[in-house]
Design a protein around this ligand. Structure first.
Ligand SMILES: Cc1cc2nc3c(=O)[nH]c(=O)nc-3n(C[C@H](O)[C@H](O)[C@H](O)COP(=O)(O)OP(=O)(O)OC[C@H]3O[C@@H](n4cnc5c(N)ncnc54)[C@H](O)[C@@H]3O)c2cc1C
Length: 454
């Protein structure tokens, strides 16, 4: 039986769009099915609107700083509704571009919810489509049932659609989304309480970044509640009540549920293909992104490996090249840089110090911790922290961790050096760009500590 398509992709988010377009460029006949808006999480309710809200929040500091630098300003006022209008226009513009890109690549966009209907078959409403290959790129969505009663509270999806900000907000969670919104909302004048189970926010990041991130949040006025994960959320009049394990009650008019995200696999029909989901509900894949079913693949957040846009895109392109291009290839996820867009932001590439020490690596640690020049006229308390982790045996730089202004931009550039295998000697012989914060990375002379050197 001839198939309708060479490839059907479920989900027109970052990964799905990248895979469809690349496959079509190789000459494949491709359809992509999208249940919501084209562009997916990143463009519509993730990275892009989040960063646009961060830009709005940065002005909060900017006005204060400007006064230190000699500007006379009237008292500024932030209007969320105006930001919401500008954000809606921008996401519409981007969605339109994505639609044009798909059409220009001759990818057929099918709007509706896809359900797998057996090997090589996908149902969208009344239509049943067939394809030689099937790609699951359905992403993830906020977990709504992590705490009793929290299912009624807004998530990041809802927050980014607000037209008015609350005066006070509790944020439950301490992953990058929770921390970013805590930092952003505090800068926009909201009194924020951050509730989380661990002793520090941002589990998985280097401990020195975590402690400094916690201090930066406190300096922005965020009240931290470590070791305090609510066990129940109740509505009482116009307030939400967070009830913690010690039966203490915390009342807030707004509670943001930032307790995590879950792969979009419910109701997808993957069982009909014999695919067993893992404990998190994700689709298990091998290094070639193949699922356990023949000719069925998965990429991006639905596989719950490294849930970042550039990873989903890289996987989508690699898979399309492997299926329809001249040679198969794999994505190398051993060194993936990432950022937390709090204020000041942090960025990181490579393992944490604790991970390397735990693996028994002989290590030299180089650090700088200073007040950035920009703080000079405003007597600010903001700091900049940098850390290089260097293999003591080979001199190779294994990791870069930074919290400070422009950290994501700086670490993005250093990621190239690290993926090229740069050594500390390469950093040392690089002439600095002066005056910058980034120059400190090439001026680190003495190790502040070593591990495994006897
Ligand atoms: C608030 C927030 C901030 C973030 N910030 C960053 C950041 O700064 N940097 C970064 O790299 N990453 C960030 N991310 C993560 C990033 O958005 C995701 O990693 C990325 O979007 C994953 O791409 P994807 O293609 O796997 O899935 P998605 O982009 O989520 O796309 C999946 C698509 O599939 C559709 N779909 C689902 N089920 C079906 C179905 N049955 N039928 C048809 N369509 C379906 C969905 O509607 C969606 O459009 C952020 C995420 C959030 C929530």
């Amino acid at each position: 039986m001839p198939h309708d398509f060479d490839l059907i992709v479920i989900g027109a988010g970052s990964g799905g769009v990248a895979a469809s377009r690349r496959a079509a460029a190789h000459g494949a006949k491709v359809a992509v099915v999208e249940a919501s808006r084209v562009g997916g999480t990143c463009v519509i309710r993730g990275c892009v609107p989040k960063k646009l809200l961060m830009y709005a929040a940065q002005y909060g500091d900017g006005f204060d700083e400007a006064a230190g630098y000699g500007w006379q300003l009237a008292k500024p006022e932030f209007q969320m509704a105006r930001w919401a209008d500008a954000k809606a226009a921008e996401t519409q513009r981007l969605e339109h571009i994505y639609r044009q890109l798909l059409a220009g690549s001759k990818v057929e966009l099918i709007e509706g919810r896809a359900q797998v209907d057996g090997p090589g078959r996908v149902r969208v409403g009344e239509r049943v489509l067939s394809a030689r290959h099937l790609l699951i790129a359905s992403g993830a969505a906020p977990v709504r049932d992590s705490i009793d009663g929290i299912q009624h509270c807004p998530t990041s999806d809802d927050l980014l659609d607000l037209r008015e900000l609350p005066e006070r907000a509790a944020i439950v969670g301490s992953g990058f989304i929770a921390v970013e919104f805590a930092s952003i909302l505090a800068r926009l004048g909201v009194k924020v309480g951050l509730f989380y189970r661990a002793h520090l926010p941002l589990r998985g990041f280097d401990e020195d970044l975590r402690t400094r991130a916690a201090s930066a949040l406190q300096a922005a006025g965020v009240v931290l509640h470590p070791g305090c994960a609510p066990r129940q959320v109740q509505r009482a009049g116009d307030q939400w009540l967070l009830i913690d394990a010690d039966e203490r009650v915390h009342a807030y008019p707004f509670v943001l549920n930032a307790t995590g995200r879950r792969p979009n696999t419910q109701g997808l029909g993957l069982r009909t293909l014999g695919i067993e989901l893992d404990a998190a509900g994700a689709v298990p894949v091998d290094a070639q992104l193949h699922t356990s079913a023949t000719n069925v693949y998965a990429i991006g957040d639905v596989t719950n490996k490294i849930n970042l846009t550039p990873v989903a895109i890289a996987e989508g392109r690699a898979l399309a090249d492997s299926l329809f291009g001249p040679t198969a290839r794999q994505v190398d996820l051993s060194l993936v840089a990432s950022a937390v867009f709090m204020m000041p932001p942090l960025a990181t590439i490579g393992p944490t110090e604790a991970e390397l020490v735990g693996a028994g690596r002989a290590l030299k640690v180089f650090e700088a911790d200073f007040r950035p020049m920009r703080q000079a006229f405003i007597d600010g308390s903001e700091r900049c922290y940098m850390k290089l982790l260097v293999d003591a045996a080979t001199d190779q730089v294994l990791a870069v961790h930074m919290l400070g202004a422009d950290a994501p931009e700086i670490v993005q550039s250093l990621a190239v050096a690290l993926s090229a295998g740069a050594t500390k000697a390469h950093f040392d012989r690089t002439i600095a760009v002066h005056p910058t914060a980034a120059e400190e990375f090439v001026l680190l002379r003495e190790a502040t500590r070593t591990h495994g050197l006897g």
